[in-house]
Ligand binder design. Structure first.
Ligand SMILES: [Zn+2]
Ligand SMILES: [Zn+2]
Length: 371
């Protein structure tokens, strides 16, 4: 390393330190079970140049008849997850056409935004998992409520799973990599509990900063009840507005069809954006930017940008990479409900450029895990 490299490294470290100090009430690192989660060698910047063999190309394969990973053992099978996901799909597909109404469709679109953008994307993902910004407790709790009605698990399990994905992306221990096959990354992984995400203690170690928060613990225990409550509210609202036929329509469209839609758009980020699309940055996994996934997921489809800078609140980095969640975060900051929005790092490595030109090849390497 030359003296100019070390000067750059020092100044980057100063910037990183300053950014970390902006969230003093949160820990800067997590007590990871290092034996259970082997470090990806590409996250070690000193070895990155030798280790980087160009973008990881993950071939698309459905995987109907291919071998499932070692995690997919009978003792890890979750009958609960399998039953709920199957039942919601069966009910939604069986009743969608006979119960269609325009107001039901309007509820479906509105609640997709509430559960998907406010809840999963802004709440579970950018706020709770990556701490990309700080929020007023009312906003944080409201986002968590919105995410609970997406029926994608409670906040602690969601955060732990996603942090494991970032630390093990497209490696054998990744909870949902399309290196296994597309169907596994998209949906099948939900039916098996990952061995590193089985016990409350394992989840806690990956979500230390939220695991002791009583509100988060409450949602962790009660998210399914909150979801059922949202279905009941739709039914009652529909009944009061237009009787039993409209009640059923609002329940099916605002509840079940919307749940199926939100599940699949979330899962596309795990499956499609590690297979198809373009890459702006060198990252040690197969993440890609895919415009149509970005469009339906409120900006989450700019997934290579996100893997390159996991802390940044903004996933769309180029002018055409529209990121509606970032627009929401900026809007809330203008009225003082959110603040300390993490900017995009200046030290990302564009795809195709040698790592040696940059002091900090992978920003994630400066941090023990994606936070
Ligand atoms: Zn990913
Ligand atoms: Zn993430």
């Amino acid at each position: 390393m030359t003296s100019s490299d070390s000067t750059i490294t020092e100044s980057i470290e100063k910037i990183e330190k300053k950014r970390n100090l902006s969230s003093p009430e949160l820990p800067n690192s997590f007590d990871l079970p290092s034996a259970a989660i082997p470090q990806n060698p590409l996250l070690d910047s000193s070895r990155a140049e030798n280790a980087y063999k160009g973008p990881l190309e993950i071939p698309f394969k459905w995987g109907f008849f291919s071998k499932l990973p070692a995690n997919a053992r009978a003792e890890n099978f979750s009958l609960e997850a399998f039953s709920v996901i199957s039942l919601v799909h069966i009910l939604a597909f069986s009743y969608a056409i006979p119960t269609f109404s325009w107001s039901g469709l309007a509820w479906m679109i509105a609640l997709s935004f509430v559960a998907g953008c406010f809840g999963v994307t802004a709440g579970y993902h950018r706020l709770l998992t990556h701490r990309s910004f700080k929020a007023h407790p009312a906003v944080r709790n409201f986002f968590t409520f919105c995410a609970a009605i997406s029926l994608e698990s409670g906040p602690i399990r969601w955060v732990a799973t996603h942090r494991l994905h970032h630390s093990q992306s497209d490696q054998p221990n990744d909870p949902h990599s399309p290196t296994v096959n597309f169907l596994w990354a998209h949906v099948l992984w939900n039916f098996f509990t990952h061995p590193d995400l089985k016990t409350p203690e394992q989840l806690r170690r990956l979500a230390l900063d939220i695991a002791d928060d009583p509100v988060m613990q409450w949602f962790e225990q009660n998210f399914f009840g909150v979801y059922l409550g949202s279905l009941a509210a739709l039914y009652v609202g529909g009944y009061a507005t237009g009787g039993p036929t409209l009640a059923l329509s609002w329940l099916v469209w605002g509840g079940l069809v919307r749940t199926v839609w939100t599940w699949h758009i979330t899962w596309l980020v795990n499956s499609a954006t590690h297979v198809w699309g373009y890459r702006n940055y060198r990252t040690p996994e197969g993440s890609r930017n895919l415009w149509w996934v970005a469009l339906v997921t409120f900006g989450e489809g700019w997934h290579n940008n996100h893997h390159a800078d996991q802390r940044a609140a903004r996933n769309g980095h180029r002018w055409f990479e529209f990121d509606i969640t970032y627009a929401l975060i900026k809007l809330l900051s203008t009225v003082g409900l959110v603040w300390d929005i993490a900017p995009v790092s200046k030290s990302l490595v564009p795809e195709g450029q040698p790592v040696g030109q940059h002091a900090n090849p992978y920003r994630a390497s400066k941090e023990p895990i994606a936070i």
